[in-house]
Ligand binder design. Structure first.
Ligand code: ASP
Length: 316
């Protein structure tokens, strides 16, 4: 087996062959999900706990469905009303859950690094469902699968990631993954929303949208992450849309067969024109959601196999 990880905390530690192994297995789960029964026993008898300390619609639903389709017992913790609200620390919550012997913990947390910390304290597989501005590995994997299926390959593509790079864990995980797979990644957005020093990551930076998406094979739009902004990063939404919103005129500059992506939730008329988002000839936004379930099934399946092969007791 080429996937050797015990947790999926980020794209950073993954080898390109591990990324390919996960995507190959996800392809098989796409077929299963399109079949009549949609069911496998890969996680039968295992317990999956989803802990979302931040709101989520598609990611939480996707992980829940993925676990159920693989036969796991899935529990969603209501973190808004849990003991963390009464002052319990993340570590105490983790230890409490660990004592219930889960096999898979899916965690979303507003603080970067919180999921890594938690993974050190439990003896099950931990999957990062998004930690602050740090990483969102299953999103990057589902984006990669969507691109690979639409373009027939995942290397030597011109990929423009546009918008609020600074506050986006989606951008960070995608930059890492697409770079590892040898694509030409461009970051497009206003200087206030692209951190300095990004060229160290082997990407090109553009502040002019027309230049940035010229001849791109993939145009990936990002949401303005207002909940992570504490100041005036953009003059106004109207001005932002004018300069950086994806409309038909700007998209015409990309390659004629360029695909349009967005991780959701989408702000129509802020970062993307509604008609472009709904254009089934260009937009793969619904495919991204579909690939999300398959990728999460593959990730949990691979991690469960690794834990079964090499059980570990952690010192806590
Ligand atoms: N859903 C993605 C995330 O959780 C993207 C976004 O919220 O804009 O990071």
């Amino acid at each position: 087996m080429t996937f050797t990880q015990r947790h999926l905390l980020g794209i950073e530690p993954l080898h390109p062959t591990e990324i390919t192994a996960l995507l190959d297995l996800a392809d098989q789960y796409v077929d299963l999900n399109r079949s009549a029964s949609k069911h496998s026993d890969a996680l039968a008898g295992l317990t999956q706990i989803n802990m979302f300390f931040e709101n989520s619609t598609r990611t939480q639903a996707s992980f829940e469905l993925a676990g159920k389709r693989l036969g796991a017992d899935v529990m969603n913790m209501a973190m808004q009303t849990s003991s963390t609200k009464k002052g319990e620390t993340l570590i105490d919550t983790a230890l409490t859950l660990n004592a219930m012997h889960p096999d898979l913990l899916v965690v979303r947390h507003p603080q970067s690094g919180a999921v890594d910390l938690l993974a050190q304290k439990v003896n099950c597989a931990v999957l990062n469902a998004g930690d602050g501005k740090h990483e969102h590995p299953t999103q990057a994997m589902l984006d990669a699968l969507t691109i690979r299926r639409a373009k027939g390959r995942l290397h030597r593509l011109r990929i423009a990631i546009c918008g609020d790079i600074a506050h986006s864990r989606v951008a960070r995980s995608n930059i890492l993954l697409l770079g590892k797979m040898e694509n030409r990644v461009r970051l497009v957005g206003p200087p206030t929303l692209i951190p300095s020093g990004m060229s160290e990551f082997g990407v090109e930076v553009f502040h002019d949208m027309a230049e940035g998406i010229q001849d791109a094979d993939v145009v990936m739009m990002l949401r303005l992450q207002k909940e992570r902004m504490d100041g005036g990063f953009i003059p106004s939404e109207r001005e932002y849309y004018h300069r950086y919103g994806l409309d038909a005129e700007k998209l015409a500059l990309a390659a004629p067969d360029a695909i349009v992506m967005h991780p959701g939730p989408m702000n129509r008329g802020v970062e993307i024109d509604g008609d472009i988002a709904d254009d089934i000839n260009r937009s793969v936004i619904q495919e991204q959601v579909e690939m999300g379930v398959a990728v999460r099934m593959a990730a949990m399946d691979l991690l469960a196999r690794n834990h079964k092969a090499r059980p570990r007791e952690v010192e806590v």
